[in-house]
Ligand binder design. Sequence first.
Ligand code: S3P
Length: 175
Amino acid sequence: MNIYLIGFMGSGKSTAGKRIASSLRWSFADIDRLVEESEGESVSVIFTRRGERYFREAESAALRAVSERSRTVIACGGGTPCSQENLQVMASTGVTVWLRLPVKEITERLRRSHNIRPLLADTMDSELDTTVTRLLESRECWYEKADLVIDGVNDTIEDITVKVAALVRERGGYL
Ligand code: S3P
């Protein structure tokens, strides 16, 4: 069994994922990093040179490959759970956990972040709130399918780990 962390860009999936993995003594993997390793290019270069559709196929392939591992906490990209096929891969190999944050918090974190985010690269600072609101609205129907929803602002990493561990046990996984 694996734990899939899903949620919008900038919601802290990688940071939380590494810490949950180390508390549970599980492995950690990050889908964006796996795509970069297999393609030999950064996510932003893949988007620019090959386009979003190519990236989504590489992302699905990385998900399928990592889903064969076990006892791994997997930080997904913001768009990874937004397809029936990808959700099915996650549901059949683990539990899904949505790190939910309000738009205001997401935009503050995105402004502080140094990561290049191709989907927001052309967005001016004054448009960031509107763009994030629209994209989040279009994705919430996917994120809502998670087995567990976490309050990404108020829950501490310890709270999150306890909740995730309870879910794993409930689903018959061992820790
Ligand atoms: C994306 C999120 C990014 C990365 C790519 C596309 C998205 O990952 O996969 O830029 O569609 O939301 P993070 O959520 O880790 O920023």
